[in-house]
Design a protein around this ligand. Structure first.
Ligand code: SAM
Length: 257
């Protein structure tokens, strides 16, 4: 059989199997493939919460997120390397301060002002769960309320962020000298939004075209000085496996002088 024909047959078989799983309403982590966040939200199953901004969603995977898995090490490396020149980090999508807690043993957090920007339910939970040792951790619900920072960290935010990255960065008081992005989910084809199953909620989850983030950083005037992929997290949308594997990526970008 010609290789081209074999690839097409494989794609058709995956499509049929994916839709069969969707029809059976199997419990899968990712279901559906939509053109936009709004379209994804319109397909949230009845009885499920939609999106992240709910008290009960904040506790999903909280303990897991406070760990430091292998794929956080490039971020730790850069935070340590930049330490002499940074005094303040804005951690967008920082949850209840999970990375502040996880990175505590590896960074001198007492000399870093660490501001988490997140959705209101998470900010409320973060403030309520703050520990005595979280001396340099604070929270804002509006990015505009964070003072100018040396670093914007967005770890795991971009799949859940409806707003374009360019607009997010432009809402900051001043452009940070460094932008550190981790767990950016990408694919070779057009951007798609799927729904992630959080048990209590279905959350729109964006798999971006691989050129999206480099183009946004270029528009903002940043050079990418490091990047990586996270093979361990690659996955397919179970109901749409023919769309291919999603690749997780990280980037470090520096503002051009
Ligand atoms: C998967 S968690 C990432 C937590 C942590 N930064 C990490 O790397 O494990 C995604 C976070 O993004 C937040 N988020 C989603 N949409 C957001 C938005 N529009 N603005 C700010 N944070 C948002 C969620 O509330 C959640 O805390």
């Amino acid at each position: 059989m010609f290789p081209d024909m074999r690839a097409r047959l494989k794609c058709a078989a995956m499509l049929v199997y994916g839709r069969y799983r969707a029809l059976r309403r199997e419990k899968v982590r990712f279901r559906g493939a939509f053109a936009s966040f709004d379209e994804a939200v319109a397909h949230v199953r009845s009885g499920m919460l939609a999106g992240y901004d709910h008290d009960s969603v904040g506790s999903v995977s909280r303990e897991l997120m406070q760990q430091v898995p292998l794929w956080d090490y490039p971020i730790l490396y850069w935070l340590r390397r930049l330490a002499p020149e940074i005094a303040r980090v804005v951690d967008a999508g920082g949850h209840i301060g999970v990375k502040y807690r996880g990175f505590g043993p590896y960074l001198e957090l007492d000399r870093l002002d660490w501001i988490v920007y997140d959705l209101p339910a998470l900010v409320k939970a973060g403030r309520a769960q703050a520990r005595p040792q979280d001396r340099t951790l604070s929270f804002v619900e509006r990015l505009e309320d964070a003072p100018a920072a040396d670093v914007l960290l967005a770890s795991g935010l971009l799949p859940y962020l409806k707003e374009p990255l360019v607009e997010l960065v432009r809402r900051m008081r001043a452009p940070p000298r460094h932008i550190l992005l981790n767990k950016v989910v990408t694919r070779d084809g057009p951007t798609v939004v799927t729904l992630e199953n959080f048990g209590v909620a279905e959350v729109p989850y964006q798999i971006r075209n691989v050129g999206d983030v480099p183009a946004a950083l270029e528009t903002l005037g940043y050079d990418i000085i490091d990047s990586w992929t996270i093979e361990q997290l690659a996955h397919r949308i179970q109901t749409h496996p023919e769309l291919g594997r999603a690749t997780y990526r990280g980037y470090v970008a520096r503002l051009r002088p």
